[in-house]
Design a protein around this ligand. Structure first.
Ligand SMILES: Nc1nc2c(c(=O)[nH]1)N[C@H]1C(S)=C(S)[C@@H](COP(=O)(O)O)O[C@H]1N2
Ligand SMILES: [Mo]
Length: 324
């Protein structure tokens, strides 16, 4: 389908050996996972200090090692403590620290995923059966929130494409709709009508089948923490963070464009596409710049979050100010 022209950064990477690339990557992860000693260069956000339960300790090698995808960025990864205590997961509260405080209540095993709609193999699968035949890889991606902050996270996961192909979409499938678990007992935020629950998101089928689109099961070499969307979340690195739906229990292939929770709650602010775009402001703020969590100064936001060469062709001929 897509013919990729390698980016300068990737060509550079290929000139060094796999072994060197591997060692360098481990070093990035070690830096980001290290404790207070690693703080010197970065600004500590209020409320983000201190040890985090389950975080890799200083000097400790991260968990399991998986092949590093060439789609990865070589930017320094966000500190684990920041990535796991500064979260959006409204099912557990709307403050950034709420998910890390409350999400431990969610039971993530056993976990069933319903596959429905325009597929030849519908049904309910245990998470392990959904994922087992596929190879897990590591991908270091930028993720930019619509609120103008960003992180760099080493995800573990499987290309969504691989999973969808095995489920065999019918020729009628044009979109993919996702839903998060709906259980107000485990997710106290769902007792209030902040969003349309369960949280729902959607992609056009070609976006879902794009090789960058990842179904993540882990990060920083270990399982996903609950606050980051355990046991299964989407990661769509060229779109605003809210498209990357957490704790998925349902995947439906549809003929029509599905409703999404943010689009239902504020259609003028959050469109279906929600591609990162510095040229198109959110109605209440500019999207030109962003603050990388851990940095002091803001940096310019890049078209498609820096993935324009990979995904730009998906939107050829579309007016991205109208289709925001
Ligand atoms: N189910 C669900 N998924 C969600 C959200 C949410 O509130 N509920 N928030 C989204 C938003 S706005 C962002 S920016 C990312 C944040 O992912 P992170 O906490 O792992 O950085 O998750 C997205 N996925
Ligand atoms: Mo977000």
């Amino acid at each position: 389908m897509l013919i990729r022209v390698p980016r300068a950064s990737e060509v550079r990477s290929r000139e060094i050996t796999d072994e060197e690339l591997y060692l360098r990557r481990r070093e990035f992860l070690r830096q980001s996972a290290a404790g207070a000693g690693a703080l010197a260069g970065g600004l500590l956000l209020p409320g983000l200090g201190g040890a985090v339960e389950g975080a890799p300790a200083a000097g400790e090698a991260p968990g399991a090692v998986f092949p590093l995808s060439p789609f990865s960025t070589d930017e320094e990864t966000t500190r684990y403590e920041h990535a796991t205590t500064y979260n959006n997961f409204y099912e557990f509260g709307t403050d950034k620290e709420d998910p890390s405080r409350n999400a431990h209540r969610m039971r993530t095993r056993p976990w069933a995923v319903e596959v429905a709609g325009e597929v030849r193999r519908p049904g309910t699968l245990d998470l392990e059966d959904l994922l087992a035949p596929h190879a897990v890889e590591e991908r270091i991606y930028r993720l930019r929130c619509v609120e103008a902050w960003s992180m760099v996270i080493p995800w573990l996961g499987i290309p969504l494409k691989d999973v969808l192909e095995r489920l065999e979409p019918t020729p009628h499938a044009r979109y993919v709709a996702f839903r998060t678990l709906h259980d107000p007992k485990q997710m106290p935020g769902q007792r209030r009508p902040i969003l349309r629950w369960p949280y729902r998101e959607g992609l056009r089928l070609d976006e879902a089948m794009h090789p960058l689109t990842l179904l993540a099961t882990g990060m920083y070499g270990r399982d996903l923490p609950n606050q980051n969307g355990a046991p299964l979340r989407l990661v769509v690195p060229w779109k605003y963070g809210f498209k990357s739906i957490k704790s998925i229990v349902r995947i439906e292939l549809t003929r029509r464009r599905p409703d999404t929770s943010w689009n239902i709650s504020a259609p003028r602010e959050y469109g279906f596409y929600s591609n990162v775009n510095p040229e198109v402001s959110h109605p209440r703020w500019s999207q030109r710049r962003e603050r990388r969590i851990g940095d002091f100064f803001k940096r310019p936001t890049l078209m498609f979050n820096g993935y324009a060469e990979e995904v730009g062709s998906l939107y050829a001929g579309m007016d991205l100010a109208r289709n925001y």
